[in-house]
Design a protein around this ligand. Structure first.
Ligand code: NAD
Length: 335
């Protein structure tokens, strides 16, 4: 069993707790949020987690703490194999500084996976490649829906072309209550005209609610600073200026306002221009398309880590694995 911890217990953290129940390789042993953590080596119960305002209130093993991540991993880091980072990324260095602290001060030596969205956030992590490698851990960044699922689709679709002219991601997200995904919505607001990180960080929940009311609950996003660009550039698909990301988020209805697509346009070997387009099912939610792929990338990371691979990789460096069972044995074991 892969002993699994989720850092962050908001919309995506709890969503991951639901999704991981369907993967027999994993046992969810720990969760942390801004008010505390819970750890049970025998496994946490989904029905107990779901209604909690904070995981610090988990019966029997919930512990209140203002430094929940560090307290959890200092105490139990050597009993955890894999971590999903479901934390807000405001300010943009938050993930990099948290990971630096985990590597420096706790015994955790496993695999991290995140669903980071912003280019600058991934750049901060890339600068830590050596530190991550020396710590004996493997870190997979940009492994949510976009970047992650859609970036990988684009990297595969690009293979039909001798030159990739553009990659365009356009997402549709529907959520019935913005407060279930506060970090996601706040990070989206940063991309709107007249907003920046500092302004959004200083907005109260009431001010966010007012802004959403002014927009009838809809956030239209264009030309986002999204790490799909750097990830596709690092994978050698195309330069980052050829990648565009935008979308429409409805914060009042669970139904997607538009379908999510990724379109890859390129020149073929015969010299003509063509486009591949991949459309996500409208029935799939943000949780399906972030948490499912993040677990798939994590499984691949676990396989790599077991073979001794350390350091930082992006989602476009990997093909996610659906399950460890049935995956091909290494050549040496086959004979
Ligand atoms: P949320 O606001 O619902 O939950 C955040 C959780 O983190 C809360 O439980 C909070 O208590 C906890 N937290 C905050 N600060 C903490 C700290 N210092 N220590 C411990 N816990 C802390 O957030 P969400 O909407 O679930 O989003 C989570 C992340 O997922 C965000 O970074 C968002 O950008 C990302 N995301 C990525 C994609 C993608 O496709 N790549 C899509 C959606 C969301």
């Amino acid at each position: 069993m892969i002993r699994f911890a989720i850092l962050g217990a908001g919309g995506l953290g709890k969503g991951m707790a639901r999704v991981v129940q369907h993967k027999s390789e994993f046992q969810l042993v720990a969760m942390a949020d801004s008010q505390g953590y819970c750890y049970d080596a025998e496994g946490l119960r989904l029905e107990t987690i779901e209604p909690l305002a904070t995981v610090a209130n988990y019966p029997e093993c919930g512990i209140p703490s203002a430094q929940a991540i560090m307290d959890l991993l200092k105490t139990h880091g050597d009993s955890i194999d894999a971590i999903f980072m479901a934390l807000p990324n405001l300010p943009v260095e938050f993930f990099a500084s948290t990971v630096r602290q985990i590597l420096g001060e706790t015994p955790f030596k496993g695999v991290f996976v995140d669903a980071l969205k912003r280019t600058q956030a991934v750049e901060h992590l890339l600068a830590m490649d050596d530190v991550i490698e020396q710590s004996g851990t493997l870190y997979i960044t940009g492994a949510g829906a976009t970047p992650g699922f859609l970036t990988t689709v684009a990297a595969v679709a690009a293979q039909s072309f001798v030159e990739v002219e553009s990659v365009d991601v356009h997402f549709g997200v529907g959520i019935s209550c913005w407060e279930s995904y506060k970090a996601t919505i706040r990070e989206d607001l940063i991309h709107l005209e007249g907003f920046d990180v500092e302004k959004v960080a200083n907005m109260s929940d009431e001010a966010v609610e007012e802004e959403l009311n002014r927009r009838n609950g809809l956030i239209e996003l264009k030309g986002m600073e999204h790490a799909d660009d750097i990830i596709l550039e690092l994978a050698g698909v195309c330069s980052r200026d050829r990648v565009t990301v935008g979308g429409l988020v409805d914060t009042r209805h669970a139904k997607k306002p538009v379908s999510t697509t990724v379109t890859v346009t390129g020149r073929t070997v015969s010299g003509v221009t063509g486009s591949h387009q991949f459309v996500l099912s409208d029935e799939t939610t943000m949780v399906d398309n972030v948490c499912g792929p993040a677990l798939g990338f994590l499984l691949r990371g676990i396989q790599m880590h077991r073979k001794g691979i350390r350091g930082l990789v992006t989602s476009a460096d990997l093909m996610p694995l659906y399950s460890l069972e049935g995956s091909r044995q290494p050549a040496s074991a086959v004979s």
